[in-house]
Design a protein. Structure first.
Length: 181
């Protein structure tokens, strides 16, 4: 099933000091010894009492017909974040680097401002904004953030007109509403 764990489940698991997150560590083998799972992953052997595996999702913006002409202009995590040695993971680096309203950002600032009008509300947003767009439990957090981002962008786009309207306001012409019956 292509569903992420809930934010609450992920937070609970990672709060446990015994929890270790290993990104980009392909599982080579697994076996049971007594009450432990023995995993060969990322070139090392790990003995654990609980295993949670995530297979991930490939992110190839150029493979999407609507995005293909713009894919080279879209910022990815690899463009903005240099992981520490041993923590690099090509799949994470391929995720789009999104703004706070799920909008695409430019790989080279100032070269493709039109990208800010495209919002990526799917699993591609998880690296930037967390699991708030691809599952019922995350939607209660993601949808208001998406709506606020779109509304803010639309307001800013028309900011000069809004300011001009405010500057023309005449206090002497307040509307007088008729009394209710």
């Amino acid at each position: 099933m292509q569903a992420s764990p809930t934010a609450e489940a992920f937070a609970e698991a990672t709060r446990d000091p015994r929890c270790t997150l290993r990104l980009g560590a392909p599982l080579a083998a697994a076996r049971m010894e007594s009450n432990e799972a023995v995993l060969s992953a990322g070139g090392a052997e790990h003995r654990v009492d609980l295993v949670m595996l995530g297979i991930g999702f490939a992110k190839d913006l150029a493979a999407r017909p609507g995005l293909a002409p713009h894919a080279a202009s879209i910022a990815r995590w690899a463009d903005r974040h240099a992981p520490q040695a041993g923590e690099d993971w090509d799949q994470l680096g391929a995720h789009p680097y999104l703004g706070p309203g799920f909008e695409f950002t430019e790989r080279i600032p100032g070269t493709a401002p039109r990208l800010a009008r495209v919002h990526d509300f799917n699993t591609g947003a998880v690296a930037s904004l967390g699991p708030v767009c691809n599952g019922i439990t995350g939607l209660k957090h993601g949808v208001p953030r998406l709506v606020a981002g779109v509304a803010r962008a639309l307001f800013i786009e028309d900011a000069d007109r809004h300011l001009a309207d405010l500057m023309c306001y005449d206090k002497g012409t307040d509307l007088i509403l008729p009394e209710a019956p």
